[in-house]
Structure formats: structure tokens, C-alpha cells
Design a protein. Structure first.
Length: 204
């Protein structure tokens, strides 16, 4: 209980910090928090312990309050970009399926199979004028394809951002939806279509 309370306090303080480049806890604190999580969480079904094991990128972002040095950020982004598996050919799928994925807040549950989860995009972005509610943590994506076009370069950019946003911004709060296995290759293609297809509500 004492360890859990310390974890909650440190995590809460870190979340409230507003000073870039500084951390409210040390590497020892970080390791203590991780030890509590590894002790108290257990694998079940498809939810393995690697879900809560931080990689070098997450550790660097946590210890620097999401503001590592430029040199470190560039190295982390390059390593993350190397994880993106771009399919051959067009990366635009079906925007109607992509809309359903973007509007689904279903996470990757322990008993889900690949393709069962949603993207939860509406939690952080405005995607169409018809949305009743949406988050503002991320930028509005209204007119995304209309403003940028839907050529192969833009297809790769959109696919890469959905697959692993941290390849473009090391400490982005956007989840690594492809890297984590939350969305399948086809699902990401469909989300790309939702963003880029001229017929999509995003571009009306």
C-alpha cells in the first residue's frame, strides 16, 4: 500500500508539471514506480506485461518532462521511424470503415483479437463538422486531405503518423496505434482514407 501511494503521488505530480525539460522525480523514483506496476499488474490474455514496460523513448520523455534535448529527440525519432512498416502500393483504404474506427473508443482489451479495437481519434481531434463532441488535445483535422492533397508522400505521412506518431514527435501524446498492435495494417489504411479521401466528411 505504501508503494502504491508513493506511485500515485509521484505520477500525479509528474502529470501536473508544466516546466519543460525538468522532472519532478529522479530515475530512482521512475524505477520505483515501474517496480510497483510490475508487481501489481499481471498478464492476461493478449494483455502482456510489455504494455507497461517503458522503452527508452518513454523513459526519456518521462524523465525530461516530455522535453528531451534536440539531439536525444532526433535519435529517438529515428529509432521510432525505423519501426514503421509501410505496405506497398496505395495506403488509402475505405473511408467509411475508417470513420467507424476513428469514432470508436474501444481500446485493445485483454480478450480482443487484432482488428477489434478502435482508434479513439475523436478523443483528441475534431474530424468532421457533424461530430457532436470531440477532444482538443490534438489539432483539428478538418479539411486534412483537402488542404494537403492525397498523393503518395501524404499517404505515407498520414500512415506513419497513425502507425507511430513518436517517429515524428518523440514525446507526442498520440498513441502508437500500429506499433502497439492496436490497429491492423488494413485499419490504418482505412483511417488514412478517412483523412485523405475527397469524399470523406473530414474533407467536406
Amino acid at each position: 500500500m505504501k508503494g502504491l501511494l508513493r506511485f500515485s503521488l509521484l505520477a500525479g505530480l509528474a502529470a501536473c508539471s508544466t516546466m519543460p525539460g525538468t522532472s519532478l522525480f529522479s530515475e530512482k523514483d521512475f524505477n520505483d514506480i515501474q517496480a510497483v506496476m510490475m508487481r501489481d499488474f499481471h498478464a492476461r490474455g493478449s494483455a502482456k506485461m510489455d504494455r507497461i514496460a517503458p522503452d527508452d523513448l518513454q523513459k526519456a520523455c518521462n524523465l525530461s518532462n516530455s522535453s528531451p534535448s534536440l539531439e536525444t529527440a532526433k535519435a529517438l525519432e529515428a529509432a521510432q521511424f525505423a519501426t514503421i512498416r509501410f505496405p506497398a502500393g496505395s495506403l488509402i483504404g475505405d473511408w467509411k470503415r475508417g470513420q467507424k474506427i476513428a469514432q470508436s473508443g474501444r481500446g485493445l482489451q485483454w480478450n480482443d483479437k487484432p482488428g477489434d479495437a478502435g482508434g479513439g481519434c475523436y478523443n483528441c481531434h475534431q474530424l468532421s463538422k457533424q461530430e457532436a463532441s470531440y477532444g482538443t488535445l490534438g489539432p483539428s483535422l478538418l479539411g486534412f486531405g483537402k488542404q494537403r492533397g492525397n498523393g503518395m508522400e501524404m499517404q505515407r505521412y498520414a500512415y506513419g503518423r497513425v502507425y507511430n506518431a513518436k517517429a515524428y514527435n518523440a514525446c507526442s501524446q498520440m498513441p502508437r496505434l500500429g506499433y502497439s498492435g492496436t490497429l491492423t495494417e488494413q485499419q490504418i489504411r482505412d483511417v488514412v482514407a478517412y483523412l485523405l479521401d475527397p469524399a470523406s466528411p473530414v474533407n467536406q
